[in-house]
Structures are given as structure tokens and as C-alpha cells.
Design a protein around this ligand. Structure first.
Ligand SMILES: [Cu+2]
Length: 124
């Protein structure tokens, strides 16, 4: 009998991990402008994120964090291409930037949230 306990424990842990993996929501983001990890010599004036479905703008938000703190953004909207788009008000100086996003895809109750980075370099 004693030999069965470790096997049972192992199976329980394996089953639990498998269940967690299935429950964890995957990220619906497909791409963005700027792209994740991009190194730009021309500072972007807008942010645009592409998703697997149409985002609900009223339940979505974007933040842009840079070397000087949080940037002011204006006019979150969708171009109805399964995207979110927003204007960057103040010019970006060289440095590392992080885009933090939250969205809800239409007909899907899940609130998705993630972030990605890009870099603005001095012009050569
Ligand atoms: Cu637009």
C-alpha cells in the first residue's frame, strides 16, 4: 500500500498543473505598432495594438511609461480592424518605453492585461 502514495501524489500534482494550464487565459494580442522589442530612430506619434477580436474601447486602456514617467495619451479608439489606437501627446525622447494595456474582447468576458517594451534611439 505504501508504494502507491507517491504515485498518487505525483498524479495529483500533474493533474493540478495541467488544469491550471488550461484555465490560464492566453493573451489575445497579435501585434502592435511599434512592435514588441522594436528599436526606433523615429519617435512614434501613435500606439496601435492588434488583437484576435474587436476590443471594447470603453473597457480598454493603454498607458505609456518612459524614461520621464507616464506619457499623456489622447483619444483611445478602434479603427474596427480588431485594434486599439491612441495618440501620443508629448514627443518621445530617446529611451526605453513600456506600453501597458488592458482590454476586453467583444463577446468574451475575460479582462486581458499585459505589457510590452520598445526603445527610441537617438538619430545617428
Ligand atoms: Cu486610428
Amino acid at each position: 500500500m505504501k508504494k502507491r502514495i507517491p504515485i498518487f501524489t505525483f498524479l495529483t500534482i500533474t493533474a493540478t498543473l495541467a488544469a491550471c494550464g488550461l484555465v490560464m487565459p492566453h493573451s489575445p494580442i497579435l501585434s502592435s505598432e511599434p512592435k514588441e522589442g522594436a528599436v526606433l530612430t523615429r519617435a512614434p506619434r501613435t500606439l496601435r495594438l492588434y488583437f484576435e477580436g474587436l476590443p471594447d474601447v470603453d473597457r480598454s486602456s493603454l498607458r505609456l511609461l518612459g524614461p520621464n514617467g507616464e506619457h499623456q495619451l489622447r483619444g483611445l479608439h478602434t479603427m474596427s480592424a480588431d485594434d486599439l489606437m491612441i495618440e501620443i501627446l508629448d514627443p518621445l525622447t530617446p529611451g526605453d518605453y513600456t506600453v501597458e494595456w488592458t482590454t476586453v474582447i467583444v463577446n468574451n468576458p475575460t479582462v486581458y492585461s499585459d505589457k510590452f517594451d520598445f526603445k527610441v534611439e537617438d538619430r545617428p
